[in-house]
Design a binder for this molecule. Structure first.
Ligand code: G6P
Ligand code: MN
Length: 445
């Protein structure tokens, strides 16, 4: 089986490769094709993968190319994990918004809209090429903003594109752990949009254990989201939100902390990654070791400003291992080998959340088999969550429309309608600011 990774020179590729190395069963991935627009990054990551595969006799064969069509032809699965505009672009997304006093973040608020506006046209081009060159391939989309980008691609690939994210998995794992339940045996009742979802229940043997957690301040204080949101607020909500909801519920504190930070997350990662890629290109430097150390630092500092604003302290060791590669591999195995499983994925709604139309991509538990991912029935969201989900989906729709038409007025509307952008005038200035720094937004006339 052949897996093509777009963004193949990306920093998280060794995580996926590491997961593949642990799969020895029949029907596993035997060939990996890395595609990237940057040959230097491909060389660096290829070195890390070669060191990882050392001593693994059935390791997949890895090749690298900068030719997109060549990479796609013959693919059974395509992982798309690209970053349009690079980390420099991410840093601009953050800074332009923070200068206007609104949130600048990779996927949430103004920063996420700017990132979406320049990513959607590229993702649509990829989707069209996949439909032409590898019509039977399944596309697993990691590219952020993952829900929006998956929806853009689904216009061309239908249900053959599935979006993934590690944050609901991590949340479910943490809640299961503090409740003493085995994650595999627990049913996590989670729904929303990507980076905008809530756990409303955790059932073990038919019994909902979440009330026990919500009633216990000590348990609530013993995991990341409990510390981030605080026991009182979680009890008021009656649910545990995805960590990205911190940007909504504590927006003022988050924006303040981001403005005070010496460097934005994007700028920090830009510098860190530049050092890694330079080092990994030096034949005298052990590339895998450098990658491990760089990754440890990246994980330890994830959402540091939010944790600081909330007084949440350091991340726990168990939370540093991410898990997105496990979701990706489980999804691929379920489809390729009909190994049925349940995963929280980004798929078309098809009536699951009734206020949204059928084509809206949502994040929801899905049964996965050889026919793809099928969203399960879930209880409706409470009104305040429905309101947020509908507002953000409306923003995503304006981003998709702006990417299609090239209309600047539609781009302004996308920013202006976002709950975290507090004035139409701010939205106008954001579009001016972003188009001034991002070559990828030149299409907005
Ligand atoms: C989580 C999110 C991803 C996001 C990443 C950012 O894993 O689910 O969607 O890209 O965090 O982490 P970073 O280290 O780039 O700030
Ligand atoms: Mn994510």
């Amino acid at each position: 089986m052949r897996l093509t990774i777009l963004g193949g020179g990306g920093f998280r590729v060794p995580l996926v490769h590491g997961a593949l190395l642990g799969d020895h069963a029949e029907g596993r991935v035997t060939r990996v094709v890395l595609h990237d627009v940057d040959a230097g990054r491909l060389r660096a990551i290829t070195r890390v993968l070669a060191e990882q595969a050392d001593g693994v006799p059935d390791a997949p064969e890895v090749t690298a190319t900068t030719d997109l069509d060549e990479a796609l032809r013959g693919a059974d699965f395509v992982f798309s994990a690209i970053r349009v505009g690079g980390l420099e672009g991410r840093a601009h997304d953050e800074r332009v918004a923070l200068a206007e006093g609104v949130l600048g973040q990779e996927t949430v608020g103004a920063g996420g809209i700017a990132y979406g506006l320049r990513t959607v046209p590229v993702a649509v081009d990829i989707a069209r090429r996949v439909a032409r060159l590898a019509p039977d391939a399944w596309v697993i989309n990691f590219t952020n903003p993952a829900g929006l980008v998956t929806e853009a691609m689904s216009g061309h690939l239908g249900d053959r594109v599935i979006g993934i994210c590690d944050s609901p998995v991590g949340l479910g794992r943490r809640i299961a752990r503090v409740l003493g339940a085995r994650p595999r045996e627990a049913w996590i009742d989670y729904v929303g949009l990507n980076h905008l979802g809530w756990v409303r229940g955790l059932r073990v043997g038919g019994r909902d254990e979440l009330p026990r957690l919500l009633d216990d301040p000590a348990l609530l204080g013993s995991f990341e989201e409990g510390r981030l949101f605080g026991a009182d607020w979680l009890r008021s909500l009656g649910a545990i939100p995805n960590e990205y909801l911190h940007y909504y519920y504590f927006n003022r504190e988050a924006v303040g902390a981001y403005q005070r930070a010496e460097r934005t997350r994007g700028a920090f990662l830009h510098d860190q990654q530049a050092r890694f890629y330079a080092g990994a290109s030096d034949p005298d430097v052990p590339a895998l070791d450098l990658w491990e150390r760089t990754r440890a630092e990246r994980e330890a500092t994830y959402m540091a400003e939010n944790r600081e604003a909330a007084g949440a302290g350091e991340r726990e060791a168990d939370d540093l291992s991410g898990g997105y590669e496990k979701v990706a591999l489980a999804l691929m195995r379920a489809i390729a080998r009909d190994e049925r499983t349940t995963l929280i994925l980004n798929v078309r709604n098809r009536g699951t959340l009734s206020p949204l139309d059928g084509d809206a991509v949502i994040e929801v538990p899905c049964l996965v088999d050889a026919n793809g991912a099928h969203p399960v029935r879930v209880d409706p969201l409470p009104d305040h969550a429905t309101g947020l989900v509908c507002a953000v989906k409306a923003v995503e729709r304006e981003v998709l429309a702006a990417a299609r038409s090239g209309s600047r007025a539609t781009a302004v509307k996308a920013f202006a309608l976002h709950p975290l952008v507090d004035s139409v005038n701010v939205a106008r200035r954001l579009v001016d600011g972003y188009t001034a720094v991002h070559p990828g937004l030149a299409y907005l006339g």
